[in-house]
Design a protein around this ligand. Structure first.
Ligand code: GLN
Length: 485
């Protein structure tokens, strides 16, 4: 190891516990690394170094007073749409430039209570709309494994930070793949919890029936630990049910491939994807099978409708959620406003980027009278079919295994067509629509040295089963070389 910035949560916590390092030292190591390297990567939008060091000092005092805690003193990078009191929260949009959060999101509050240090705000596609981070209005983020490539998106800053050892761990959000796909591109573990597992209070809404916050980490164990801190009922978010949150990390004990029932949905292995990506997913399945898993092919016939449904439901909800950005209460206000109408229209025209505008227009269209039943109502019906199909699979299988995305990270600037960009999510969107949980686990490298993850999907609220399968795979896979450039 060359420095403390390379540590994951569990390793860092052990060293803190043994008093081999302090939280201040750990946070300082991350800051030094960010200073040295982030000029080339661009994972962070802002980093309040003083604030992070003060929080680290506080964590060290808590420890000195006898407190223990699984995240005590551990820095976590935060995607720039999650509110942390006193810090910027721009959603990588010009419309929120200069906005400072007046309150903590529930996930932030839970991190702070657990003693974690909110360290730095990381880049993303504007309002989480995108698959490459290139829709950020505030900066370019590069893939730490090949600087000419994208880090994926929308949680591209989170993935580049963790994958490039510019963070110990990070929070991302996933609406249609934004944790899993960048995790795959940047060699991280990324977990999209079941819908309702983690509170959305204080997380800027994109598509409210899909959005979930989740951990992006260097190991499955780290993800289990961080998810336990984030998860659970929150009275501020009515979609979080009052169900117990298991001790995910303890549940990893004895995780094994033996007897694990793994389904390979054939639609996810069809032609059209990069051959190396398919090979890596197949090799992951073979490795599990050799270690005693029962692997068999299955089918999710509605898969082909998922993208169509997603690009009706997500923009519809986005168009409603983004109506609050009107130049009055938040962020950018046009200087060319002549009356209240032009105040709205010009502030929005100047503040939102092209992809966000496209989504608002699509969403407004599918919700307009005359089109509502034909598009929105129908999409909701198909969504129910997709959910039921997944439910059926989890009667037969513990997990489904599939590629995360059809290709490894692509070159910056190479995908110009919006529809082409949307295809990066074909394999992640279905699980989002179904509300089930899913993870991306590093599985290997392409011949050109780009990381590729494998996706595991489990039933709603079966994060324990998901993480146990992920751990079993991580163990049979063995250590992966990390070739950060
Ligand atoms: N790339 C998808 C989109 O643009 C998913 C984004 C996300 O999960 N936030 O909508």
């Amino acid at each position: 190891m060359n420095g403390l910035h390379e540590l994951g949560i569990v390793e860092a916590a052990e060293m803190l516990e043994r008093r081999e390092i302090s939280s201040v030292e750990l946070v300082r190591a991350v800051i030094d690394r960010v200073r040295a390297k982030d000029g080339e990567i661009g994972a962070y939008l802002t980093f309040d170094e003083e604030g992070a060091l003060a929080a680290a000092e506080y964590a060290d005092r808590r420890r000195a007073a006898g407190e223990k805690g699984p995240m005590l003193g551990i820095p976590v990078a935060i995607k720039d749409l999650i509110n942390v009191k006193g810090q910027p929260c721009t959603c990588a949009s010009k419309i929120l430039q200069g906005y400072v959060s007046p309150y903590d999101a529930t996930v932030t509050e839970r991190l702070k209570n657990a003693g974690a240090v909110c360290a730095g705000r990381v880049n993303m596609d504007e309002f989480a709309m995108g698959s490459s981070c290139e829709n950020s209005a505030l900066g370019v983020t590069r893939n730490p494994y090949d600087r000419s490539c994208v880090p994926g998106g929308s949680s591209g800053g989170s993935a580049a930070a963790v994958g490039g050892d510019l963070a110990i761990a990070a929070l991302g959000t996933d609406t249609g793949g934004s944790i899993r796909q960048p995790a795959s591109y940047c060699n991280c573990v990324g977990v999209k919890p079941s819908y309702g597992r983690v509170s959305r209070y204080g997380v800027t809404a994109f598509a409210s029936s899909l959005d979930q916050v989740g951990p992006m980490t260097k190991s499955v164990r780290d993800a289990a630990r961080l998810l336990k801190v984030l998860a659970g009922r929150d009275e501020h978010d009515g979609t979080t049910p009052p169900v117990d949150v298991p001790d995910y990390e303890a549940a990893l004990e004895g995780a094994s491939a033996k007897g694990l029932r793994v389904g390979l949905p054939k639609e996810y292995f069809a032609e059209g994807s990069d051959k190396e990506v398919l090979d890596i997913a197949r090799r992951a399945a073979d490795a599990l099978a050799s270690a005693g898993a029962e692997v068999s092919e299955t089918s999710l016939p509605s898969t082909e409708y998922a993208m169509g449904v997603y690009y009706i439901v997500a923009p519809a909800e986005a168009s409603a959620n983004l109506s609050r950005f009107d130049g009055v209460r938040y962020g950018h206000r046009s200087e060319r406003a002549e009356d209240v109408f032009t105040l709205y229209t010009r502030s929005r025209a100047e503040g939102f980027g092209p992809e966000v505008k496209r989504r608002i227009m699509m969403g407004t269209y599918v919700l307009s009278s005359g089109h509502y039943d034909a598009y929105y109502t129908r999409a909701q019906k198909v969504r129910t079919l997709i959910r039921r199909e997944f439910e059926g699979e989890f009667k037969k299988f513990d997990v489904l295994l599939a590629p995360v995305a059809p290709t490894p990270a692509f070159k910056l600037g190479s995908v110009l067509e919006p529809l082409q960009m949307h295809l990066a999510d074909v394999f992640t969107v279905p699980a989002s629509l179904a509300g089930v949980c899913a993870a991306s686990v590093p599985a290997g490298f392409s011949s050109s040295g780009l990381p590729v993850g494998v996706q595991l999907i489990a039933g709603a609220f079966d994060e324990t089963g998901l993480l146990r399968a992920a751990k079993a795979y991580e163990d049979v896979r063995g250590p992966l070389e990390r070739k950060i450039v």
